[in-house]
Design a protein around this ligand. Sequence first.
Ligand code: HEC
Length: 78
Amino acid sequence: MHCAHCHRDNDLQLKKAPPDLHGVFKQATLPSGAPATDEQVERTILSGRNMMPPFAGRFTQPQLDALVAYLHTGLQGE
Ligand code: HEC
């Protein structure tokens, strides 16, 4: 399962649509109001959040670093 299934396409038709992750690090805070830091985003990915499933054990640390770095690009051209 990839982030974009929920975060871009909302395939699961979640009632509370997952926030758009484009430019998620361009604001000081995440959609929830939590600070937009690498640590906070990693914690969200590993632990999940409400309707978002936890990804603990699904990513290695280098993969997680690459993902956070990718989100820092603002997902240009996606
Ligand atoms: C099953 C659907 C689903 C998948 C897959 C998913 N998310 Fe989410 N995500 C959500 C939902 C729903 C929320 C909103 C949670 C809330 O605040 O209620 C969310 C919130 C977030 C937030 C914002 C957290 C905050 O504090 O506002 C980030 C960042 C995020 N997701 C990143 C990711 C990344 C990166 C991936 C891929 C590894 C991913 N998500 C995969 C559903 C999903």
